[in-house]
Design a protein around this ligand. Structure first.
Ligand SMILES: NC(=O)c1ccc[n+]([C@@H]2O[C@H](COP(=O)([O-])OP(=O)(O)OC[C@H]3O[C@@H](n4cnc5c(N)ncnc54)[C@H](OP(=O)(O)O)[C@@H]3O)[C@@H](O)[C@H]2O)c1
Length: 318
């Protein structure tokens, strides 16, 4: 069974429940470049492997790879441009950090959600990705200087021009979503947040309740805690030790070939918002393993969900 297609929002795009993340497009450990991953051919190989599994949605950001990965992804796609119509491209903008590419002096990491910045970065993403439209663009982080009227203006313009089909946010609080949505006559289609067995804040701070209320599916980034849940030496990390034990217990309940990452993804999918999971692996066998949770029908019951919740929190429910 292929990875299911779902609606990101009732008035939003059709996307795949699993998404290929590109933060590590040319560096599996997040920081050091891996030349084997940095070629257009290698990118195309991963794009084609994803599409074969039914992973049709790709998560990018202007800033990934020090503002270089959109171009790398675009070069991979350019080898088979006909694939563009078979996929959904989600990208993000709003983070500005020092880099040689700026025409002016940028000397401090900051957020920029000004009309001019969003517009020019979206134009840049279109150019580098070799596409005439972006399926979804997210405001990457919560800009403390966000002017909702100004952001709404550029969102509306780019939508009318057909350059951005849908808009969403990432790492936004409940109140910032409310504020921005109040200025728009179309829905924000997602809030991409950190959500994993190791990071449950979205369930406590109202973010996921809001997604459910607005019927927007959240997107979970770092669903495996950035790989931290596989840490080898947990002697001084009781939380990870507890999590590994709970994930293993649940995996064994499902059968001998169910893996910890599959249980971690199934834990997230158990949430009633039915989040999209943004995968971070570059390994084809791990992508296949993730897709297999649908074929194997790995669905957690309440007790399995709460066993992992308890391990993460370090206490039982009150
Ligand atoms: N909106 C935001 O602010 C934001 C922030 C961060 C990330 N993101 C998005 O979320 C995506 C996923 O984040 P992430 O990369 O941190 O995801 P993740 O899945 O939590 O972590 C991926 C890391 O875990 C490793 N890994 C995966 N399966 C493993 C296994 N079975 N055993 C050992 N290691 C394993 C991967 O290495 P291998 O490649 O070797 O498998 C990779 O280094 C990003 O690509 C990006 O698109 C968004």
């Amino acid at each position: 069974m292929a990875v299911p297609q779902v609606r990101l929002h009732p008035d939003g795009p059709s996307v795949s429940q699993l998404v290929f993340g590109t933060w590590r497009l040319a560096n599996s450990n997040g920081w050091e470049a891996d030349p084997a991953l940095a070629t257009p051919e290698s990118v195309l190989e991963r794009i084609e492997a994803c599409l074969k599994l039914g992973i049709t949605t790709f998560d990018l950001a202007d800033i990934y790879g020090g503002y270089t990965y959109e171009e790398l992804f675009g070069k991979g796609l350019a080898l088979k441009p006909e694939l563009r119509e078979k996929m959904q491209i989600i990208t993000k903008t709003g983070i500005k950090i020092p880099n040689d590419m700026w025409s002016e002096k940028v000397y401090v990491n900051h957020y920029d959600t000004s009309y001019e910045y969003i517009k020019s970065q979206v134009e840049r993403s279109l150019r580098l990705l070799g596409t005439t439209y972006l399926d979804v663009v997210l405001i990457h982080r919560l800009d403390y200087l966000l002017d909702a009227d100004e952001v709404a203006k550029v969102m509306k313009e780019l939508r009318q021009e057909g350059k951005v089909k849908y808009w969403g946010v990432s790492n936004h609080t409940y109140s910032q979503v409310e504020l921005l949505q109040s200025r728009l006559d179309f829905p924000l289609v997602t809030n991409q947040i950190e959500f994993s067995p190791a990071h449950l804040e979205g369930m406590d701070d109202g973010t996921l309740d809001q997604c459910q209320r607005l019927r927007m599916k959240p997107m979970c980034w770092s669903p495996l805690g950035g790989g931290a849940i596989f840490k080898k030496d947990v002697s001084e990390d009781p939380k990870t030790e507890r999590l590994q034990k709970a994930l293993k217990t649940v995996a064994e309940q499902f059968g001998p070939d169910v893996t910890l990452d599959q249980v971690a993804y199934a834990f997230l999918l158990r949430h009633p918002t039915k989040p999209l999971i943004v995968l971070g692996t570059n390994k084809l066998d791990r992508l296949e393993g993730a897709a297999a949770i649908f074929e194997k029908n790995i669905q957690l019951d309440r007790q399995q969900f709460y066993l992992i919740w308890e391990a993460s929190k370090g206490n039982s429910v009150p």
